[in-house]
Design a protein around this ligand. Structure first.
Ligand code: IVH
Length: 834
């Protein structure tokens, strides 16, 4: 054989083995980089010698030319459906398996009294697909269609990584000449979530569920799109076969399919000698369902022996030897008893439907989120409505839609003056009445309240935002407790010993209102908190706070009051001292943690870090004007406005002053972002609130103003739109603030060693590769350069450090070969902060 041909054959086989280990066995044996390297090698060889390309080449998995339409495929062996059985649950969660016992009776009857063995396997919630292999090669893949005729989706199915393009040779026998494997194409829950995240990022509509996503992905005329969606295939039967080993049971068929290279739902199927074993397994799977990596809507129970299957045969379009044992519906009907709102930590107002208790997907649901005002309006959910409630996995139950036919109505009697509330009836009734047009809903459309039910502050909704918010901030008890919990949390001030429960008690008893109050706590106050918490009269106050917090987390909890433990008898105040020690130890936080702890809207850990790196000190952050904030990497207009708005509030500044007065002193840090590069006039001028211009126009304006802010403020020869903007209240003072800020702009030398360089980094050469967990590549580069390091594109002996993130490829390998030091992001940050 020609050596190139041999090389192509070897690479194809090797890559297919690695792919199988990765996608089917979930046990990769080589690093991704090695796979990628071999893959590229094969790609190049195939490009040079297309005549040697194998029918099972992994390069076929990227998709081919788009089709005009799908060809029809006739199913020689029809693809039938299954009849269903349900096992309703009672309030204790116990199942009633009567329908399954009836199935077992029917089967045994059909077998003349013989008791069969049963296989039970997941009922995958995807799409049925038939795969035809001739001489071991995948030649056709088809959807189920109407069972007799489906669509040819071969090109698309070839992109599914765990579908073998060529069957593995079974150990005992020859490959079958022809075999038709059937199974389900689906999308794993994790891949579905990632896909929807991408859809949203690209302003595209998210898919409703993994099933729809799988269907949409499989039925693409352009298989290159399918290739980008991660689909999965599980085999569940052999529909026809010539040659190869003959199977006598369904379990043997499954084992044979696995030998040929297919995935089975490992650990989630089994064979039992009687129906009771099957039912016990069903109940286990029901409990396990939320944790499975894919969606299932029940289990399928099949008679194991193929001979017995044949004896039993079919009735209309479904086998007598199998049944879909569905899980209890995760949707249920119930009535909305009230709609009220819940206030989140950031003041977000979420309308919540209080429901007549209903059992859905294994739990009793009494609340369901209505998300926001727009959602309530879209679904038109009103008090008294019968609604469909859905509980998907462990997510917060939601109202899916209203059953309008059951909306309570009233007749408006034109003749009578007292008018209202004559009658209550459903729409079905009203249709039969002559004066249909005089019936109106009993309850009006829902509207959010105008004031916060907790603190009575106005509820506000920013333009373009779906979410309305309570404007009370730390004045609002709901936000106060949650704001303090956030403040004390591990990634914020990290106050050890001060947990959610203590904070809720402190707030409920009004012992703590603001952050600074924490630093004034003493042992007597903490003791009082505990005593009150143990008194029943206070339990109810606490319950309300703790439930509101729990509700916003989408869970229901029961309050366990008090924190008494045996230790307290010996040292009655040790627990309190521990809390005080934790509080004391939190007094010198890193600047970024402190900023994050303040709970400024839109300021997460990452933004807090950028602020700290750009400004170095709390004082600088506090006085940074909005346009300066908007110039920083990763901070857009909305975030900049939110930060500026926070620090513009006297109450917030006072709160920070109080914290400082109470002894909290955030650490200053090195300014590692090159501010001068970010804060150029054209940049900040193009980011002024309410004055939308491009950076080019901003540069021209700057020139016109004589390249100084004085000119921008006073020059009356500047363009009219600028002069108009300048007249708007607050804008001149914004310019003055910018002027002052720029004059004292924190510079890299502010908080660094005298020469402004970091000795560990200065003069060193770095190469960045792969995706770092939080930093973008240009940010990492900017940070390295800011302290005197160099960033290069390729690894050589002269490279000092390779910074490797996820999916780092050949550069990392080269670094390892050359013995160059490899850093992860944290190690880089540590080095930069030296
Ligand atoms: S066997 C004649 N096994 O259920 C029996 N079907 O209602 C044919 N399904 O369209 C099907 N998981 O998509 C079988 N483990 C499983 C299944 C399964 C899901 C789907 C299949 C089919 C539908 C039949």
């Amino acid at each position: 054989m020609n050596p190139t041909q041999q090389k192509i054959l070897d690479l194809t086989a090797l890559l297919n083995r690695y792919g199988y280990e990765y996608y089917t066995l979930d046990a990769p044996t080589v690093p991704d980089a090695e796979y990628d390297r071999l893959y590229r090698e094969l790609e190049a060889l195939e490009a040079a010698h297309p005549e040697f390309k194998q029918p099972d080449s992994p390069t076929l998995r990227v998709g081919g030319a788009p089709l005009d339409g799908f060809e029809s495929v006739h199913h020689e062996v029809p693809m039938l459906s299954l009849s269903n059985a349900f096992s309703p649950q009672d309030d204790s969660g116990a199942f009633d398996h009567a329908e399954m016992y009836a199935f077992d009776e029917r089967v045994r009857g059909g077998l003349g009294g013989t008791a069969p063995e049963y296989v039970i396997e997941p009922k995958f919630d995807g799409l049925a697909v038939s795969l035809l292999y001739r001489d071991g090669v995948l030649v056709r893949a088809a959807t189920r269609g109407d069972g007799a005729t489906g669509e040819d989706v071969t090109e698309n199915v070839k992109t599914i990584r765990n579908v073998p393009l060529k069957l593995h040779r079974p150990s005992e026998s020859a490959l079958p000449e022809l075999i038709e494997i059937r199974g389900e194409v689906l999308m794993l829950k994790a891949d579905f979530a990632a896909l929807n995240r991408r859809q949203l990022e690209h302003n595209q509509k998210p898919f409703a569920n993994p099933r729809n996503a799988a269907a949409g992905s499989l039925r693409q005329l352009d298989s290159k799109i399918t290739a980008q969606r991660k689909l999965h295939f599980f085999a569940y039967s052999i529909a026809q076969q010539t040659g190869g080993s003959a199977c006598g049971t369904h379990m043997q068929e499954l084992a044979y399919a696995a030998e040929l290279g297919f995935s089975l739902p490992e650990g989630n199927y089994g064979c039992f000698q009687n129906i009771d074993g099957v039912l016990a397994f069903y109940e286990q799977m029901h409990a396990k369902r939320p944790d499975l990596p894919f969606e299932i809507d029940g289990m399928v129970v099949k008679v194991d022996s193929l001979a017995q299957q044949e004896t039993l045969g079919f009735v209309s379009r479904a086998p007598r030897w199998a049944i879909a044992h569905k899980f209890p519906a995760e949707e249920a009907l119930t009535v909305v008893e009230a709609i009220d709102v819940q206030i989140g930590r950031t003041g977000a107002v979420t309308p919540v439907a209080r429901l007549h208790p209903v059992f859905v997907g294994g739990v009793t649901v009494t609340n369901a989120t209505l998300h926001n005002q727009d959602e309530v309006a879209r679904k038109d959910v009103r008090v008294g409505d019968t609604v469909v409630v859905r509980r998907a996995g462990d997510v917060i139950p939601e109202v899916v839609r209203v059953v309008l036919e059951r909306r309570p109505m009233q007749i408006l009697e034109h003749s009578s003056s007292d008018g209202l509330q004559e009658d209550l009836f459903g729409a079905a009734d009203s249709a039969e009445r002559p004066s249909e047009n005089r019936t109106v809903p009993l309850y009006p459309p829902y509207r959010l309240p105008e004031t916060c039910p907790i603190c009575a502050s106005p509820i506000e909704r920013e333009e373009g935002e779906a979410v309305a918010r309570c404007s009370g901030g730390m004045l609002c008890e709901a936000q106060r407790a949650q704001g303090l919990i956030h403040f004390a949390s591990r990634k914020a001030m990290d106050i050890e010993g001060l947990g959610q429960k203590q904070i809720e008690q402190l707030v409920a008893q009004d012992l703590v209102r603001h952050f600074a109050d924490l630093y004034r706590l003493d042992i007597p106050t903490l003791q009082k908190m505990k005593e009150n918490a143990e008194m029943p009269s206070d339990a109810s106050t606490m319950l309300s706070t703790s439930t509101s917090a729990a509700l916003s987390a989408g869970i229901s909890t029961t309050l366990s009051a008090g924190t008494s433990d045996g230790q307290n008898k010996k040292m009655p105040t040790k627990w309190a001292q521990n809390i005080l020690d934790g509080i004391e130890a939190s007094k010198q936080p890193d600047l970024a943690r402190f900023l994050f702890a303040l709970g400024i809207r839109h300021v997460g850990e990452r933004t807090a870090k950028v602020l700290a790196q750009a400004f170095g000190s709390l004082e600088n952050v506090r006085r940074a004007p909005e346009p300066a904030l908007a110039c920083l990497p990763d901070i857009g207009a909305v975030v900049a406005r939110s930060i500026a708005h926070f620090f513009a509030q006297d109450a917030q500044q006072a709160m920070i002053d109080e914290l400082l007065a109470a002894g909290v002193s955030p650490k200053n840090q090195a300014v590692t972002l090159p501010l001068a590069q970010y804060l150029t006039p054209e940049k900040w001028l193009s980011r002024l609130p309410g004055f939308k211009i491009s950076e080019n126009k901003a540069a021209a304006l700057w020139d016109l103003a004589g390249k100084n802010i004085e000119g921008l403020i006073n020059d009356n020869a500047l363009p009219a739109d600028w002069q108009a903007w300048r007249k708007i209240s607050g804008n001149l003072s914004l310019l003055t603030a910018m002027q002052q800020f720029l004059a004292q702009m924190p510079s890299e030398s502010d908080t660094m060693s005298s020469d402004g360089l970091n000795a560990a980094v200065a003069g060193k050469t770095f190469v960045l590769t792969g995706t770092l967990p939080t930093l973008k590549r240009d940010e990492a580069q900017a940070m390295i350069e800011a302290v005197g390091g160099k960033v290069s594109g390729s690894v050589s002996k002269k490279t000092d450090y390779v910074v490797a993130g996820e999916a780092a490829g050949s550069k990392l390998e080269k670094a390892q070969t050359l013995g160059v030091a490899v850093l992860d992001e944290q190690a880089l940050l540590d080095l930069l902060n030296k």
